[in-house]
Design a binder for this molecule. Structure first.
Ligand code: DON
Length: 588
């Protein structure tokens, strides 16, 4: 295998050795009358994040006695500074929390997804001829939903937090005020996307002060004083400051300057929502994930349910990749038809995650030749009622076994490119996750129906899939998630299959080459299969040749996904960050 071009060394190997030593100490302490194993379930906690300075922030909070949610809040705000292209105060996301001390279902799922402003309309991105206006929902002040991140963090902290709110924001304020070091991956991305924003057509080029906000070369120390002030206000006054205070005023002024839709009333009304998780068993493991308005949990469940009807898969051969592409086509056809914000649309969740449905659907899979995507329809259920992109995932486990899986995003890299003047953060481009017109693909190439059309106050359908997997014994085994738009679902499914079916350790499961199929029939009649092209992750030539022979159009993508995960085995939590990009694993 070619040497990896990575700045960061994974802390996995030394981490494992230290963790083992701690486990030995724990066992000895227990034998000597120390804490009973059910009181302290793990030797120590771990933070796996896509940026190492933020991972260190989380580990420091755990060292101070904070729990996994305290650490998650601190990591999220730190990433809003160090990972400004993918996580930000102007975005939203989803969080899973596992609380081993809770009665009943130990996993709660928090929806802090952005919402369409009250003035949004179904056809707002269509021209007079009813055609979708390219990039209108991506790079303009109209592209942003009402941000959810700050309310989301406050909701998680209200329910689970143990350290003072302001203490959790302190590290982020310091990073923004004193500066943080720009890693090579981010430096590259700043360059690439500044060029991309600068090249936008004039009618979209409104307010991209990208360079002013976020410039620098690899190794440079970046300071973001406006953002430091904003974070300091939120630290002092709580989440209300963002939604009702000076930050809200600055955001509304930004909208008014340029015809954006978010008003003071939209900000005032925004709430994060706790929802019921999606849950299935997969070969005896319990898999828990995010329900709508993310499609991630249901799609993952459908994917794994169908996979379970076949013998365990290693996913290395063309035949296995073909099988998973066949499954994915059916999953994504259902996603396009049936999923949307549950406050506006009935998602047939029980039906789509049902084992019998999976069996029926899997029986349509053609193992020897391709099913033409155009021939695949969504499953039919009775209807009820009315109806580059960057993202950031981190996983945290504390020494009591409390865990957080959190995926957050501005949608595309640097969101809409619109910076709130004076507040120092970018606004999201999440409105592109709605279906601007039935059947017309969005920037990620997925289509939608009425279920995901734009409506005031509605949340756009997501693919984010923060997930936890529990052993057949009930013990937490895996905490994971990834960016990648619709390919998040394939990425998370593949890592789980590598661990459960392939008995891979987490590092290998994250390293293995990935692929992705998302169904919509292409106008040219191609059957598109995305595969990784970066040399370390590329599938062998003979596998690619066999897939081409089967009739797939192979579409290379440098890499797919960026998994940050934690695995717990024998009371030891080990973190892994994806070597496809930079990242960090930090132990308290
Ligand atoms: O919510 C979603 O599914 C998308 N907005 C996520 C975008 C994404 O993951 C881009 N990152 N690579």
């Amino acid at each position: 295998m070619a040497p990896r071009l990575q700045v960061e060394q994974r802390a996995v190997i030394p981490g494992r050795i230290v963790a083992l030593a701690l486990l030995v100490l724990l066992v000895v302490a227990t034998a000597c009358g120390g804490p009973a194993p059910h009181e302290t379930t793990l030797a120590r906690g771990v933070v796996s994040a896509p940026e190492s300075q933020a991972a260190e922030v989380g580990a420091a909070i755990l060292r101070q006695g904070g729990n996994a949610v305290d650490a998650a809040v601190a990591v999220q705000f730190a990433l809003c500074v160090t990972n400004g292209f993918g996580a930000g105060l102007g975005g939203g996301g989803f969080m899973l929390v596992h609380d081993p001390a809770a009665e009943g279902n130990s996993v709660s799922t928090l929806d802090y997804r952005e919402k369409a402003p009250a003035a949004a309309t179904r056809d707002m991105f269509l021209d007079e001829d009813g055609q979708v206006i390219k990039d209108m929902g991506l790079y303009t002040p109209l592209a942003s939903g009402v941000p959810g991140t700050v309310r989301g963090m406050a909701a998680a902290w209200d329910r689970y937090g143990s350290l003072p709110w302001s203490r959790l924001l302190e590290p982020a304020v310091k990073l923004a005020r004193d500066g943080f070091v720009l890693d090579p991956w981010t430096a590259d991305s700043v360059k690439k996307y500044s060029d991309k924003f600068a090249a936008l057509p004039a009618h979209l080029l409104r307010h991209v002060e990208f360079d002013d906000y976020y410039r620098g070369k690899e190794g440079a120390v970046l300071r973001l004083p406006d953002l430091a002030d904003t974070l300091e206000r939120i630290a002092r006054e709580g989440a209300d400051e963002f939604y009702r205070g000076q930050t809200a005023e600055l955001l509304v002024q930004e909208m008014e300057r340029d015809g954006g839709l978010i008003t003071a009333a939209d900000l005032n009304a925004y709430q994060a929502v706790w929802r019921e998780p999606v849950e299935i068993s997969y070969r005896g493991y319990r898999v828990v994930s995010m329900p709508p308005p993310s499609s991630g949990g249901i799609a993952l469940a459908e994917f794994l349910n169908m996979a379970e009807t076949f013998p365990p898969q290693a996913m290395h051969s063309a035949a296995q990749i073909h099988l998973f592409a066949e499954i994915a086509k059916r999953v994504f056809a259902d996603r396009a038809e049936h999923m949307g914000d549950p406050d506006f649309h009935h998602n047939p969740m029980a039906e789509l995650t049902d084992k019998h449905y999976a069996q029926e659907r899997a029986s349509e899979v053609n193992r020897h030749g391709r099913s033409d995507p155009a021939s695949i329809r969504a499953g039919e259920f009775p209807r009820h009622g009315a109806s580059g992109r960057e993202t950031t995932h981190f996983s945290i486990v504390d020494d009591h076994g409390m865990a957080v899986a959190n995926t957050t995003t501005l949608n595309t890299a640097y969101g809409s490119g619109v910076v709130v003047d004076g507040a120092g953060f970018l606004l999201n481009s999440q409105m592109d996750d709605f279906s601007a017109k039935p059947g017309v693909p969005n920037d990620s190439g997925v289509t939608g129906s009425q279920a995901n059309e734009i409506a005031p106050g509605k949340r756009p359908l997501s693919s984010m899939t923060p997930t936890m997997v529990f052993e057949p014994t009930g013990a937490l085994s895996l905490v994971l998630g990834s960016p990648g738009g619709p390919s998040i679902i394939s990425t998370v499914a593949q890592v789980i299959v590598h661990v459960v079916d392939g008995h891979q350790d987490l590092e290998a499961a994250v390293d293995l080459p990935r692929f992705h199929h998302q169904w919509p029939p292409s106008p040219e009649g191609e059957d598109l299969l995305l595969v990784e092209s970066q040399i370390e992750y590329a599938l062998p030539q003979d596998v690619l040749a066999e897939l081409s022979r089967l009739g797939y159009t192979i579409k290379p993508r440098k890499t797919l996904g960026d998994v940050q995960a934690v695995m717990i085995q024998d009371g030891v939590a080990t973190g892994v960050f994806d070597r496809r990009r930079t990242g960090g694993v930090a132990y308290p």
